[in-house]
Ligand binder design. Structure first.
Ligand SMILES: NC(=O)c1ccc[n+]([C@@H]2O[C@H](COP(=O)([O-])OP(=O)(O)OC[C@H]3O[C@@H](n4cnc5c(N)ncnc54)[C@H](OP(=O)(O)O)[C@@H]3O)[C@@H](O)[C@H]2O)c1
Length: 288
């Protein structure tokens, strides 16, 4: 059993706190809007009037508010109380804010963890739930069990503060790429008068192909082997050219497909036309 402070009791923070109470920890909770602590107090947590009241008797400080930037503002005034504690921020943030937050925490003699929650609040405590963490050396050995109580499939992915924000950006791009694919696909079909129900009904067949795309990606990118494609980059470039023409002719917003078209065209021009499409993940000349 650990002494844990949970700062931030929005949808996610409240779910985290409730799970830790159920797991038998001694949990102190604080939220900017105090009323949100009441249901947790009824469950057995101690509601605190200030963040400092929650932090000072606790060894593990779990924060889940809006962003790393807000976390920096929240803990700066109480930073001197963090010495010797583990501070774990599960709020979202970018790479620069992650580095600034970690430097604030460690410069006050505390250890850090940053956590990326891959679940809705209802999934907290679940057997299939993943929270990915980075943290100070030894952090996972010391507190990995607590994180696994919040999500049984949780894992530690390193000690670099920026790694998690980059991983989030990468995985978010994967899911949003699919979501924005549906959104942009709907736009061109609407322009052609296709009922949205017809479009929606056809998406599951494309999702099956997405699994094949994943298999191709996993087979080629980690191994760096892009030879002998079943469908070459050139074939995709030509298909994207046709699709781009259709978007333009129908007057649908074409920036999304234009970007995919331009990437394949540039790689073809660079001599990669006969490779797997996935060579784009590693091809030179595409640095931001
Ligand atoms: N909900 C999800 O499914 C989910 C999934 C994965 C990750 N997350 C991440 O979890 C974090 C919290 O999300 P949520 O869904 O719990 O959001 P939420 O329900 O909107 O709650 C936001 C919480 O942050 C607090 N807060 C906001 N700004 C603050 C500040 N400047 N100082 C102190 N407290 C502040 C709010 O306090 P008040 O009550 O006083 O407004 C509230 O407790 C976000 O970073 C989000 O990206 C959420």
């Amino acid at each position: 059993m650990a002494k844990i402070a949970v700062l931030g009791l929005g949808s996610m923070g409240a779910a985290l706190a409730a799970c830790l109470v159920r797991a038998g920890h001694e949990v102190r909770v604080w939220n900017r809007t105090a009323a949100k602590a009441e249901p947790l107090a009824e469950m057995g947590a101690t509601a605190c009037a200030t963040a400092s009241d929650a932090v000072s008797p606790s060894e593990f400080v779990l924060i889940c508010i809006k962003s790393h930037r807000d976390t920096i503002a929240l803990i700066e005034p109480i930073a001197s109380e963090l010495k010797g504690k583990m501070v774990c921020d599960m709020s979202s943030g970018d790479t620069a804010d992650a580095e600034e937050l970690v430097s604030l925490i460690t410069s006050h003699g505390a250890s850090f963890m940053l956590g990326m929650i891959n679940a809705y609040p209802s999934g907290i405590g679940g057997a299939e739930t993943t929270i990915l963490t980075v943290g100070s050396p030894g952090s996972w050995e010391r507190y990995g069990e607590v994180i696994r109580q919040l999500g049984a499939k949780s894992a530690h992915v390193g000690e670099t503060p920026t790694a998690l924000a980059a991983l989030f950006a990468g995985l978010f791009t994967v899911r949003q790429g699919f979501m924005f694919g549906m959104i942009n696909g709907a736009a061109v079909c609407q322009k052609a008068g296709i009922p949205m129900q017809v479009f929606a009904d056809q998406i599951p067949a494309s999702i099956k192909l997405v699994h094949d795309y994943y298999d191709l990606f996993a087979r080629t990118v980690p191994a760096g082997d892009f030879d002998d494609p079943e469908a070459s980059l050139k074939v995709y470039a030509l298909a994207l050219e046709d699709a781009l023409k259709t978007f333009r002719t129908l007057g649908a917003p074409h920036e999304f497909i234009q970007n995919m078209h331009d990437q394949t065209r540039a790689a073809w021009d660079a001599g990669l036309g006969d490779k797997q499409l996935t060579v784009l993940a590693t091809s030179p000349g595409r640095d931001g």
